[in-house]
Write a protein that binds this ligand. Sequence first.
Ligand code: FE2
Length: 446
Amino acid sequence: MQMIVRGARLHTGDGRCAPDLVEVRVEAGRIARILSYDAGAPPQPAGTVVEAHGALLTAPFVEPHIHLDTALTAGEPRWNTSGTLWEGIACWSERKRSLTREDVVGRATEVLRWQAAQGVLHVRTHCDVTDPSLVALDALAEVRDRVREVMDLQIVAFPQEGIESFPDGRRLMAEAVRRGADVVGAIPHFEDTREDGVASLHFAFELAERAGLRLDAHCDEIDDEQSRFVEVLAALALRSGLGERATASHTTAMGSYNGAYSYKLARLLSRSGINLVCNPFANLGLQGRFDGYPKRRGLTQVRELLAAGVNVAFGHDDVMDPWNALGTGNPLQTALTGVYAAHLTGTREVAAAFSMVTDRAARVLGLGDAYGIEEGRPASFLLLPADSPFDAVRRQVRPRYVVSHGRVVAENPPAPALLTWPGEPAEQVDFVRRRDPAPWRELGRG
Ligand code: FE2
């Protein structure tokens, strides 16, 4: 055997765990066997034997929405002082004039290294193609090849400044697909008119269908309750048959829709099968900027959509760029922020937030049999020092081991605090609640 992990608690998806500990055997980069764990049985010979001691074994984190071409450019050439989406687009428009291949490759690779170290092994990045040179797209395609051994990268042809409203927008989108984009994007709410927005979605769907690609549009990323392109996207996904291969990202206007319209829309979204991606960091920062008090949260209707059976995932979106000057690409930080931003504070809902950066995000990318802890699938997984998904989100743990195709690619040694309390010897503090009963400990088991 190439590797054996003994005594792990298996995350089976949707924030739930198997009731008993397991042993996972890896051979030739794939999961060969998953067995019940017998603590008394002598370990089988293997290249690597990991004693998990009940740690959580999960399929890798999945980043469903990031912008690697803009990452790490905050403050260049100037800061976004208004904090709005629109000034961010203006800052980026100035910065992208100085893009070079080396510049994009260097920044994108740096963020991917941060993400891999934190257990993210599947990434969907948007890439601005409203640039006649398409230099960022070519650079990200190069990065995609370079990192393939460790992680998968999907590139979305993203028309930041519009398809209909940008000179030669349609040709640039088609050219981006010809040069190897994996997913077709759109930005209907940014187009000059409502009609342009609808036309841009028709164009994007036709392009995706013709090329056999998925579609992921920045959709209704505005506080305007009249921005309703998500209904157009869902209807086109339903009628074209693209269904779950289509995704609406952001949809922040949905945070302002009235109850009657929201109810009608939820039915359409559910029937269409499309995915939604909520990006809590960026949109908590960007939305509500034109509001007096009370200020809106400006996020999509996460709880309601989950209840309606719609697949929703959480994305990081921006990392140190004109729209979000902070961030390390950490998916559990995204999940925790999403928990508070979207009122997912019920114990089951916290576990669901874990799923929104793992298996739910994997559905957005369409990973299928390439993802998940099952015999025959790639041996790509994490060992998290946590007893449940709830615990992982609460304590913001880093993966003890990140395994990609049977190989350990990152390790995060435990780093507890050393506390000296009055009258007591120094002790390590790791924020585990050891007192029983712990009512949430059994949650999600089975
Ligand atoms: Fe985005």
